[in-house]
Design a protein around this ligand. Structure first.
Ligand SMILES: CC(C)(COP(=O)(O)OP(=O)(O)OC[C@H]1O[C@@H](n2cnc3c(N)ncnc32)[C@H](O)[C@@H]1OP(=O)(O)O)[C@@H](O)C(=O)NCCC(=O)NCCS
Length: 168
């Protein structure tokens, strides 16, 4: 994102979301109509990328979640305690406005989310994402995410891997 400055801030309902357009109607509608209520109810947290002129360029949401041990690949499962599930943080939504796509912002928002989870005092085994389709899943695979055995659109990155990447 060098030379293309954005800052990531905690969601504030005063930001103008009315023109946000990521190209996926369901994500735009959620962002404009449902998100504030979910935040008030503590169902999710949201972080916003603001451009230099304070336009909303992108956003992502984070919430506590869990995955069943049985949904993880065998080689990782056997290294974990035999609890029914492990704690994770779920990035339910990630979107970049079409005007800002292809400038590294999506990758930067993903890195920001991983950093928040890494620096949290509350443990999480992985960041889990719900891709809306195969193209989105490819974006996450490009960044090292693996598919769960549950389905191809639920992907995860163990935080131990994120830590190694952050230390590089
Ligand atoms: C997916 C999305 C967030 C990507 O945002 P973006 O800002 O355009 O992506 P970036 O410019 O940060 O791309 C970062 C890297 O991912 C790669 N990439 C982007 N989209 C990709 C895709 N669909 N498949 C594979 N790689 C992809 C880029 O080539 C780039 O690679 P590089 O770092 O090696 O150069 C954006 O296209 C979007 O908002 N899409 C609509 C909503 C959506 O699909 N959300 C995702 C999950 S629901």
């Amino acid at each position: 994102m060098s030379g293309n400055p954005f800052r990531v801030v905690t969601f504030n309902p005063t930001f103008d979301r009315s023109t946000f357009n990521c190209g996926t109607q369901a994500l735009d509608d959620y962002f404009k109509n449902q998100l504030s209520q979910d935040i008030r109810r503590r169902i999710t947290a949201c972080f916003i990328a603001l451009s230099n002129d304070r336009r909303v360029a992108g956003f992502y949401t984070l919430a506590s979640s869990s995955v069943f041990l049985g949904d993880l690949p065998e080689n990782l499962k056997k290294k974990l305690p035999r609890y029914p599930s492990v704690p994770v943080v779920r990035m339910g939504r990630l979107a970049v406005d079409q005007a800002f796509k292809g400038q590294g912002l999506g990758g930067a928002l993903l890195a920001d989310a991983l950093s928040r989870v890494l620096h949290s005092e509350i443990a999480a085994y992985a960041l889990v994402v719900d891709a809306k389709d195969n193209t989105s899943a490819d974006f996450y695979r490009h960044h090292g995410f693996m598919t769960t055995t549950r389905d191809d659109l639920t992907l995860f990155l163990p935080m131990t891997t994120a830590q190694v990447l952050a230390d590089k």
